[in-house]
Ligand binder design. Structure first.
Ligand code: ATP
Ligand code: MG
Length: 453
C-alpha cells in the first residue's frame, strides 16, 4: 500500500483529502505544520507528499526542499489557493511534480496522485535495474559515458541473460568484436570457448573446411580428421565477424547449423551436434544486403534475434577525451613512459576530428603520439600530424603513397568486378592481405560486383 503525506494548516482540507485518498486504498498521514512534517518524513518512507504552499504564512517551498533533503526521490504535489499560480510555477521549477489549485476537483486530485506515484515507481524501477546491471556486469573494459553507449551496454546485459543469437552492426572500429567478447564473458557460457572467424578474410574455398572440419580422406590433403571451428566452439560462443561477406552458398550451409545445431563435416557420413551461441557482426547494413539479394533473408532473421547498433565515434564525442586518456595510460604504461596527459589544444584537435575509423583510429593515433613523445605532455603537433601537412599544402610521402595505393586498389577491384581472389592474384598478394588493404581504405569489393541477370 502506498504511503502519502499530506501537509496543510487547514484541518478541513486535511480531512477531505484523507477521506478521498483513503477511499482509493492509499495510506494517508497528515501534518499541520512544517516541523511535524519533517519529523514524520524522517521516520517514514513516504511514496509521495501533498504540501500546502502557504503553511501558517510560511513558505511551503522551503518545506519541500527540506523533505527532498530527507528523501530526494519523493514526488511532491503543491496545494495552492487560486491566484497564487505564480508561486506554484516557482515550486515546480524547484522540483515539485505538479500542483493543484484549491478548492480542488476530486478527479484531478486522484489523477495527479496516481500519476506522481506511477512516476515514483518507475524512477525506482529504473534505478534498481541500473544498479543490478552495474553490479553484475562491470563492463570495465568498455570505456564510455555516452547515453547511447549506456543503452548498448544495457542491451548487452540483457542479451547475456539469454541464449538468443545476437547481431552487432556498426562502422569499422566502433568496437563490435569488443562487445561480442564482453557479451560472451557476461553470459552463462563464459567458461566455454569464444571462437571467432572473419568471414571476409578466409578464402571462399577454405571457409567450408575451416568451419565444418573434414574427415580423413575427404580430399587429397586430408590426411587426418580435422575438427572445424564450429565444433571448437562447443558450449561456448561463435563469433561470425563480417557476416555480410559470406558467400551465398556458404550462407545456406551456415543457416542449417543455426537451425539444426548439427552439421556434416566435409566428407563425413554422420552429423555432429554442436551447442553454441552465435554472435554475428557487420559494418554494412545487413537489411539492405538482404534487399539487394546479397544476403539470405532466412539467415538474417536467424541471427537477428537481438540487434545491437554501435554508434560511430563522431556521434558520441563526449567519449573522445575519456578514450584518449584511457589509451594514453595504456600505451604509456606499455612503453614505460611518464606522460601526464594532453594539452588543451591537443584535446580540442581530437574533439574536432571526424574519426572515420572510429575508436580504432583514435587508439592508433594515441599509440603513435605516445611512441613519438619526448615530453611528458602530448601537444597538438604530435597528433594527427598528416592533417597539418595537408593544411600547409605539402603532402608527406606517406600520404602520397597511400593515395597511390588507394587508387591502384580501386582500379584493381573495378577490373575484377569485386572478385577479391582474382584481384589478389593479379596484385601478387595473399587474399587475406589484400582484404586488409581494402579494409584500410574502406574499399568494399561487394560494391563492384556485377550482379548476374
Ligand atoms: N568503448 C571502448 N572502450 C575501450 N576500447 C574500445 C572501445 N571501443 C573500441 N575499443 C577498442 O578499439 C579497437 C577496435 O575495436 P573492435 O576491433 O572491437 O572494433 P570492430 O567494430 O570489430 O572493428 P572492425 O569493423 O574494423 O573489425 C579495439 O582495440 C578495441 O579494444
Ligand atoms: Mg571487428
Amino acid at each position: 500500500m502506498e504511503k502519502i503525506l499530506v501537509v496543510d494548516d487547514d484541518p478541513s482540507i486535511l480531512k477531505v483529502v484523507r477521506m478521498r485518498l483513503e477511499a482509493q486504498g492509499y495510506r494517508v498521514t497528515t501534518a499541520f505544520d512544517a516541523q511535524k512534517a519533517i519529523d514524520l518524513a524522517a521516520d517514514n518512507r513516504f511514496d509521495a507528499a501533498l504540501l500546502d504552499l502557504k503553511l501558517n504564512g510560511k513558505d511551503g517551498i522551503q518545506l519541500m526542499q527540506d523533505l527532498h533533503h530527507i528523501n530526494p526521490e519523493m514526488p511532491v504535489i503543491i496545494l495552492t489557493a487560486y491566484g497564487t499560480i505564480q508561486s506554484a510555477v516557482a515550486a515546480m521549477k524547484k522540483g515539485a511534480y505538479s500542483y493543484l489549485t484549491k478548492p480542488f476537483d476530486h478527479e484531478n486530485l486522484l489523477l495527479q496522485t496516481r500519476n506522481c506515484l506511477e512516476r515514483s515507481r518507475l524512477t525506482k524501477e529504473v534505478k534498481n535495474l541500473k544498479k543490478i546491471v552495474k553490479e553484475r556486469y562491470g563492463f570495465e573494459n568498455i570505456i564510455t559515458k555516452s547515453e547511447t553507449m549506456q543503452a548498448v551496454l544495457d542491451q548487452v546485459a540483457q542479451a547475456a541473460e539469454s541464449d538468443a543469437n545476437v547481431y552487432i552492426e556498426g562502422e569499422s572500429g566502433t568496437g563490435k568484436e569488443l562487445i561480442a567478447k564482453t557479451l560472451h564473458l557476461a553470459s552463462a557460457r563464459k567458461d566455454g570457448p569464444f571462437v571467432a572467424i572473419n568471414c571476409a578474410a578466409i578464402p571462399e574455398t577454405l571457409l567450408e573446411s575451416e568451419l565444418f572440419g573434414y574427415q580423413k580422406g575427404a580430399f587429397t590433403d586430408a590426411a587426418r580428421n580435422k575438427k572445424g571451428l564450429f565444433l571448437q566452439a562447443h558450449r561456448g560462443t561463435f563469433f561470425l565477424d563480417e557476416i555480410s561477406e559470406m558467400p551465398l552458398s556458404m550462407q545456406a550451409k551456415v543457416l542449417r547449423v543455426l537451425q539444426e545445431k548439427e552439421f556434416y563435416p566435409v566428407g563425413a557420413q554422420k552429423t555432429v551436434k554442436v551447442n553454441t551461441r552465435f554472435i554475428a557482426s557487420s559494418n554494412k547494413n545487413l537489411e539492405a544486403e538482404v534487399k539487394k539479394g546479397a544476403f539470405r533473408e532466412d539467415l538474417f532473421y536467424r541471427i537477428h534475434v537481438i540487434a545491437i547498433h554501435l554508434p560511430p565515434l563522431r556521434r558520441r564525442k563526449e567519449d573522445i577525451p575519456l578514450l584518449a586518456n584511457y589509451f594514453l595510460n595504456k600505451y604509456a604504461r606499455e612503453t614505460q613512459k611518464d606522460i601526464a596527459g594532453f594539452t588543451p589544444s591537443a584535446l580540442q584537435k581530437l574533439m574536432l576530428h571526424d574519426w572515420p575509423g572510429n575508436v580504432r583510429e583514435l587508439e592508433n593515433t594515441v599509440e603513435c603520439a605516445v611512441a613519438l613523445a619526448t615530453e611528458n605532455i602530448i601537444s597538438e603537433t604530435s597528433i594527427l600530424a598528416d592533417h597539418n601537412v595537408a593544411e600547409s599544402g605539402l603532402r608527406s610521402l606517406k600520404d602520397a603513397k597511400e593515395d597511390f595505393e588507394k587508387n591502384y586498389l580501386t582500379q584493381l577491384i573495378e577490373l575484377t568486378g569485386g572478385n577479391v581472389s582474382q584481384a589478389a592474384k593479379l596484385a601478387g598478394k595473399y587474399r587475406a592481405d589484400l582484404y586488409q588493404l581494402l579494409k584500410k581504405y574502406g574499399i568494399k569489393a561487394a560494391d563492384y560486383r556485377r550482379t548476374p541477370h
